[in-house]
Design a protein around this ligand. Sequence first.
Ligand SMILES: O=P(O)(O)OC[C@H]1O[C@@H](O)[C@H](O)[C@@H](O)[C@@H]1O
Length: 274
Amino acid sequence: MSLRSTRVDHHGTPCTLLHGEGGASALVALHGAHVLSWISADGRERLFLGQRACYDEGAAIRGGVPVIFPQFAGRGPLRKHGFARTLPWRFVGADERAVFELDSGPATASWPHAFTVRLYIRLDATTLDLELEVDNNGSSGFAFTAALHTYLAVDALDTTTLHGLRDCRYEDSANGGAILRQEDELLRFDGEVDRIYSSPSRSIELRDGPRRTTIGQRGFADTVVWNPGSALAASIGDLAPDEYRRFVCVEAGQVLQPVQLVPGGRWSGAQHLR
Ligand SMILES: O=P(O)(O)OC[C@H]1O[C@@H](O)[C@H](O)[C@@H](O)[C@@H]1O
């Protein structure tokens, strides 16, 4: 089914509202091609968006799905999580999927490579599929890291668990980058959690009371799981008190092994939410 799109504003920032099957919708800001809202056909908002999120030019919006490119976190010389989430993208159009695009033009001052990044969005009654595609249009290779930094909304963090990561190795960013292996079937959130799991082989499931979200990915090698916990959350200016209890980030990422993209090369990775 073709997606219908309408142009709307959200807190003064231009957005594309995508209408899917059965009343499902996704709201996407051109600022960062940032998915701000995903409502499945059952009427449920599936993404967290901070009340204090800042939509100013150059700002990073707290919540939704920030597109992280070409640098994950502080793993390189650029600003944290790179520039793609803070630049204006172009809405190319929508048929079975919607397409948003960013060219290297606005970024050449900080990163001297010729590229095109696209975000493809598919939406049906119960699923949201996000695919990130990177083209190297230049005459020399470049390396990058990337992620779809999805903030999944939860009703109550204390009773939320994440399943499917048993036996996976992870780098524990909240613990000096220690390399550990998860022994338990489920992960609970009773303090800061900031982990980069390498190559999880199964899809994972977020359980929040009776609500379930299944998260799958392809192309991306890593899965990042993040919640700041109460102490760190108190130092994050654009998070309202206690808002950290309303989300868990489960991110499809290419973090531990940067992609080396040859001239004319193309890379893509996707996250699938149901
Ligand atoms: O506050 P930011 O820049 O959006 O980053 C949020 C978090 O993003 C996660 O992906 C990182 O693993 C965390 O270390 C980081 O704190």
